[in-house]
Design a protein around this ligand. Structure first.
Ligand code: HEC
Length: 202
């Protein structure tokens, strides 16, 4: 049989109509895979089972002591404030204006709700019934090593929760510096006030 153009026209029309009809329709059926690309390939996914290992898991436990690149927290002083029995005496971060400002900002967010903006221990949470923390001007806290304040933030102490998860180490040291500034402010004399600021005092 000889195919003429005329005979093809209805077939082309039906084909176009079918194609158009399928456009924009949502289907819950999986698509037909006419040609598989790299969508399906043998590979080990993290939480899958694996008969090769005795514990049956794909994910392997790294050997003890493994440290991810860039996460070696070797400097005990900076990362842990010394060890718990021997906290370091001095803040390892150089004290600068910007460090103190950062410390003030972080302190007002994380510590002031309980310790109060001046550190006397009368924060909003305490005014609403939480047990009051000691004043930072208590002689015991005045002479506490910097590393111990850092460790208090990191681990909490007795009734104070730990803030290690929320506050990165560098910010903890900024807060420690600011706590020291608050403490210092309570024993300041006129001689400590810069001349430019004296006019503002009443
Ligand atoms: C939820 C309230 C709360 C917050 C927030 C809080 N503290 Fe405390 N803090 C306490 C309480 C309560 C104590 C007293 C704990 C005790 O002796 O049982 C305390 C004690 C302390 C002490 C004395 C520790 C000691 O050995 O006696 C320091 C220093 C301190 N906090 C620093 C901070 C700093 C810095 C922050 C902010 C990062 C902070 N705290 C945030 C409630 C809080």
């Amino acid at each position: 049989m000889k195919l003429t153009i005329r005979a093809l026209v209805p077939a082309a029309l039906i084909g176009t109509a079918l194609l158009l009809g399928c456009r924009g329709q949502v289907s819950r059926e999986p698509p037909m895979w006419i040609k598989h690309g790299m969508e399906f390939q043998p590979k080990y996914l993290a939480f899958q089972e694996n008969g090769f290992f005795a514990d049956g898991r794909n994910m392997r436990t790294p050997p003890a002591g493994t440290v991810a690149q860039g996460l070696l927290k070797e400097d005990d002083g900076f990362w842990r404030g010394g060890d718990s029995a021997h906290p370091i005496a001095k803040n390892p971060v150089p004290i600068t204006d910007s460090l103190l400002h950062r410390g003030q900002e972080r302190f007002d967010i994380y510590c002031a709700p309980c310790h109060g903006r001046t550190g006397v221990g009368n924060g909003m949470v305490v005014q609403r019934g939480f047990m009051p923390p000691p004043s930072y001007f208590d002689p015991r806290l005045m002479t506490m090593p910097d590393g111990q304040i850092f460790q208090t933030i990191s681990n909490g102490v007795r009734n104070m929760p730990s803030y290690g998860k929320q506050i990165p180490e560098a910010d903890r040291w900024a807060i420690v510096a600011y706590v020291r500034a608050l403490q210092r402010s309570q024993s300041a004399t006129m001689a400590d006030v810069p001349d430019s600021a004296k006019a503002n005092l009443r």
